[in-house]
Design a protein around this ligand. Structure first.
Ligand SMILES: Nc1ncnc2c1ncn2[C@@H]1O[C@H](COP(=O)(O)OP(=O)(O)O)[C@@H](O)[C@H]1O
Ligand SMILES: [Mg+2]
Length: 316
């Protein structure tokens, strides 16, 4: 099947007073219609920047370099702003990481729902929308302002709008369940899977939690210091992780953790890693060799994975 989304060599750099911050580097991947790609990586690895770049809603200090950003035949880098706005309204939905920033604090929540979903009928559809995300209880409170709702409720409202309301061809979900408790989280994950099955929406689902990612993803991409360091079918990633960083993430998962053992974490931080000459993970890598300090690895195919690592085969 031909790709719905095709990203080639995407780079995003933020200009700041302290200098340029390369947030996303040389990222390439395809997404098929109806496919769910999970993106995982620790805080600061560029996940939100990548999703935001796909909607062209980056702040003004961001510079985008992209070989190609194809969406269903259109090149998103060349589309005029009105065309892009139409795509965002109809076909590409974003569930942002911080719900508060995308709601107006001075307008009742119900009115904002109506802005986003024109022709919404109060009786049937709104009720269906809200009960779908476990919010049936707030139907009679929709004349309230955002501050009168909890963060979790607002997050679910935005999920309802972006997912069920718009039924987009491509849904970009940025940590959509991070602020939710376990029960609601499970409900939202089911809802997203149901949306894919009924509507055929493709999704990029971002989380720093591999456990959550594994419940919804067909393929999983692992980001480190702005780069996609591994991309593999979900089962493959868990059974045969190729990148030392992927293995470290798997080892740090609570479900793999045996009771009584100290919880493993990955030593070091990602800070500044993308300024290094060699592999950005080298300073934290358990399998590092001389070459890793000199040369940043290109993408290679190992088994069913695409991986950026000099020693990916050798370290199974
Ligand atoms: N508006 C901005 N201005 C400058 N730097 C930014 C901005 N937004 C994000 N960054 C930087 O870009 C990098 C990636 O951030 P982000 O995409 O938010 O990562 P993630 O979503 O994986 O936590 C970080 O180093 C972050 O500090
Ligand atoms: Mg983020």
């Amino acid at each position: 099947m031909s790709a719905l989304l095709s990203v080639k060599d995407l780079g995003v750099t933020f200009r700041t007073r302290e200098g340029d911050v390369p947030a996303v580097r040389e990222v390439s991947f395809d997404l098929a219609p109806g496919e769910i790609l999970g993106l995982v990586g620790e805080s600061g690895s560029g996940k939100s920047t990548l999703l935001t770049a796909l909607t062209r809603m980056l702040p003004r200090n961001a510079r985008v370099d992209a070989g190609h950003l194809g969406f269903d035949g259109a090149d998103l880098t060349k589309l005029r702003e009105d065309g892009m706005r139409k795509l965002r309204g109809d076909r590409i939905g974003l569930i942002p990481q911080r719900p508060m920033t995308s709601l107006s604090p001075v307008t009742p929540v119900g009115r904002q729902l109506r802005w986003h979903l024109d022709g919404l009928d109060e009786g049937g559809r709104l009720k269906e929308l809200l009960t779908g995300v476990g919010l049936g209880g707030v139907l009679d409170r929709l004349d309230g302002y955002p501050y009168e709702f909890s963060g979790g409720q607002l997050q679910r409202l935005l999920i309802a709008v972006a997912a069920i309301g718009k039924q987009p061809d491509l849904l970009l979900a940025d940590e959509p369940t991070t602020t939710l408790d376990a029960t609601v989280q499970a409900q939202v994950l089911r809802l997203l899977l149901d949306l894919r099955d009924r509507i055929g929406s493709a999704m990029i689902f971002v989380s720093h939690d591999l456990g959550v990612i594994s419940q919804v993803s067909d393929r999983i991409g692992v980001m480190y210091a702005g780069r996609l360091v591994e991309l593999a079918p979900a089962a493959e990633l868990f059974e045969a992780p190729r990148h030392p960083y992927t293995r470290a993430l798997l080892d740090a998962m609570p479900s793999r953790h045996r009771r009584g053992e100290p919880l493993r974490t990955i030593p070091g931080t990602v800070t500044g890693a993308n300024r290094l000459a060699g592999c950005p993970f080298a300073p934290r890598c358990a399998s590092v060799v001389e070459r890793c300090h000199e040369e940043n690895p290109e993408v290679r195919t190992v088994g069913e994975s695409l991986v950026r690592c000099h020693v990916a085969e050798a370290t199974r």
